[in-house]
Design a protein. Structure first.
Length: 231
């Protein structure tokens, strides 16, 4: 009975500063404030511009170097067996931008990116190995799956993309169109058509990409749940 009352009280006062008995303190019933949660870091345009400035002081050259670094990172992950190389490439760049934004000194941003990419690669390969093991176990115990995972992801991507406003759909399609020099030229034309700079365009694309990735993950997860039939 007493234990249940204590548990109920703990739930009631969760999130509030409550007296905690500690004989080591001068006042053993001193109120201990709960730690303030650290705000979640988010990519911002000033942070992105600081990263670009490390690539080159000239904004145009920095934009081209950024595309070059991202392309090399994508190939780095693709050649090492990553299923979706664009995702770890963007994650690598975001981590470097965050470290720069938080005050870490980076002398050579390109080289630094490749160092971070090796750590991201280990995480990705470890996660893929777990997913592959779980998938093999699933297929051993369950008959053939109804839908291929890739097809499901593509269906979800189409659904999520169609859920965006028309202007944002066009931005995503144009931003990720083509490859290499053609992609760089296309992005320059897209920025000009929107009346914004390349940096602002990249921030918009990153944010839309994050929204789409979260939407697709949620869609795939919901598609994998068993359908609840009404009684």
């Amino acid at each position: 009975m007493f234990c249940s009352l204590v548990a109920r009280a703990a739930r009631t006062f969760q999130g509030f500063a409550v007296p905690e008995y500690n004989p080591a303190l001068r006042d053993p019933w001193q109120v201990i404030e709960p730690p303030t949660p650290r705000p979640r870091w988010q990519l911002s345009q000033p942070a992105f511009e600081r990263f670009l400035a490390l690539l080159d002081p000239d904004a145009r050259v920095a934009a081209e170097r950024y595309e070059h670094v991202r392309a090399k990172l994508t190939r780095f992950f693709e050649w090492r067996g990553c299923m979706f190389p664009d995702e770890p490439a963007d994650e690598t760049i975001n981590r470097v931008i965050r470290r720069v934004d938080e005050g870490e000194e980076v002398r050579d941003a390109g080289t630094y990116c490749y160092g971070v990419a090796r750590l991201v690669l280990l995480e990705v390969l470890k996660r893929q190995a777990k997913e592959r093991s779980a998938s093999e176990e699933f297929h051993r115990s369950v008959p053939a799956a109804e839908d291929d995972d890739m097809e499901q992801r593509l269906r979800c991507l189409r659904l999520c993309l169609n859920g965006l406003p028309a202007g944002q759909q066009d931005l995503v399609r144009e931003y990720y169109r083509d490859d290499g020099a053609a992609r760089i030229d296309g992005r320059k034309r897209l920025a000009e058509s929107l009346g914004i700079g390349m940096n602002a365009l990249r921030i918009r694309a990153f944010r839309l990409s994050d929204r789409l990735q979260a939407c697709v993950s949620d869609c795939v997860e919901r598609a994998g749940r068993p359908e609840m039939k009404p009684r």
